[in-house]
Design a protein around this ligand. Structure first.
Ligand SMILES: [Zn+2]
Length: 110
């Protein structure tokens, strides 16, 4: 089961997370899915092999598996319809995020 972001993250990224969640809801109405990963702390992100600057760290990314009868390409389409970035080249899930790759690295000035 996925983890929700802790209050400190939600307070800091409130407008961004809210925008992201609204887009996720929009996509769900097009193609239904199950969320397998949302927010991750740094340790968990490392354990699952996530990118060092993954948007899972700030809760503006999720991994989702389409419900039975739908495929990954359709789910990726739904996320893109919602204005999100979507990557459907994983074995089971579609990764979607609010900002283009490199956002968090640039924001941190790394
Ligand atoms: Zn992901």
């Amino acid at each position: 089961m996925y983890e929700s972001p802790p209050p400190a993250i939600v307070r800091y990224w409130y407008p961004e997370i809210w925008d992201f969640v609204e887009r996720i809801r929009y996509a769900y109405r097009l193609i239904p899915f199950e969320v397998t990963s949302w927010w991750r702390d740094e340790e968990r992100n490392r354990l699952v092999g996530g990118n060092e600057y993954s948007q899972h760290l700030i809760a503006t990314a999720i991994d989702a598996i389409p419900l039975s009868g739908y495929d990954q390409a359709s789910l990726a389409w739904a996320f893109r319809q919602a204005g999100l970035i979507a990557v459907d080249s994983y074995q089971r899930h579609v990764h979607t995020q609010l900002y283009p790759a490199g956002f968090l690295r640039d924001w941190l000035g790394a």
